[in-house]
Design a protein around this ligand. Structure first.
Ligand code: SF4
Length: 306
């Protein structure tokens, strides 16, 4: 992990400039007219509140927000990561660990102005970043809220905490806005992706997304206190029975992304939602399966966080 020795952190969106940020928000909103924000390409008019597979409409919906201490250490620091849990999801994982938010739409619609005030409140509470959880389907609203919040003094790094099923066009809209990309790369096998998340092309889309994220922000960088300020941090939830394709993923990261790529091997999978109907998802991964995943990542020389 690189160390940012520079004084006075300036987030990407402030370097981009307020006027450019405002223009980017307008550009992103136009995408809602025929929504192709993610690779589902539903082409519904979300400005008229039509909904596609993710079920998100015109207004952003959030489930909760606040300082979170369960994220990776470089995000949490002493005061927590300022997470905003967004309602709905463009993936349809049968084992979703947050299914009340993704499938059952727990949350409430809010205005972009309210979202901006939430971001500022997270900064006032001392959080080290603003961390959008499942942001893909709300990218226009997020950029617009960042514009308003930046205008009023936001200067925290932005974390884009995604399931990895992001279109390149949407990621390009975020170029120069996101400081830290945190994709949760779920599978490397198309049949598994189709069966468990309803997206056969997940491996291809997620790999292309990670390449673009790395192009934009590079390897993870922290400040002198160990707090992440910029870069790519890949997440990978170990699934039972080798369903997550860990060997192929770490090989891809080491060969095509960076030998210094930072990966969090997550061991907390538990059967949730409809997982009981999809063995071996009906059990937690064994200790050996988790150790094997860590061993594979370390064996490829990646920076492993567990
Ligand atoms: S963001 Fe939602 S509506 Fe838009 S393409 Fe993806 S799943 Fe469809």
């Amino acid at each position: 992990m690189g160390v940012d020795e520079g004084r006075g952190f300036v987030p990407a969106y402030l370097k981009l400039g307020l006027e450019n940020l405002r223009r980017r928000a307008g550009q992103a909103y136009r995408e809602l007219k025929s929504c192709r924000l993610c690779a589902r390409e539903c082409a519904v008019n979300r400005l008229l509140n039509e909904t596609g597979i993710c079920r998100a409409g015109r207004l952003v919906m959030i489930s909760s927000y606040g300082p979170h201490f369960g994220e990776e250490a470089p995000l949490v620091g002493r005061h927590g990561s300022g997470t905003v849990f967004l309602t709905h999801c463009n993936l349809k994982c049968v084992f979703c660990q947050n299914y009340d938010i993704s499938w059952e739409a727990h949350g409430e619609p809010i205005t972009v102005r309210k979202l901006a005030s939430i971001l500022l409140s997270l900064q006032n509470r001392g959080c080290h970043n603003v961390n959008f959880v499942s942001p893909t389907h709300y990218v226009p609203q997020i950029i617009a809220a960042l514009y308003l919040a930046a205008r009023d003094g936001l200067r925290l790094p932005v974390v884009y905490n995604t399931g990895g099923y992001d279109s390149l066009k949407t990621l390009v809209l975020l170029d120069g806005i996101v400081d830290i990309y945190m994709p949760d790369v779920k599978y490397m096998d198309s049949d598994t992706a189709k069966r468990l998340s309803g997206v056969e092309d997940y491996p291809r889309v997620a790999k292309a997304a990670v390449r673009e994220m790395q192009r934009q922000v590079g390897d993870l960088v922290t400040d002198r206190d160990g707090i992440a300020t910029r870069g790519l941090l890949v997440r990978h939830l170990v699934l039972p029975g080798g369903l997550a394709g860990t060997a192929e993923l770490v090989d891809f990261l080491a060969r095509e992304i960076s030998p210094d790529c930072f990966i969090n091997i997550m061991a907390q999978y538990r059967p949730a939602y409809r997982a009981q109907q999809f063995p071996p998802l009906d059990r937690r991964p064994t200790r050996d399966e988790i150790l094997e995943a860590i061993h594979l990542a370390r064996g490829r020389g990646l920076r492993v966080y567990t």
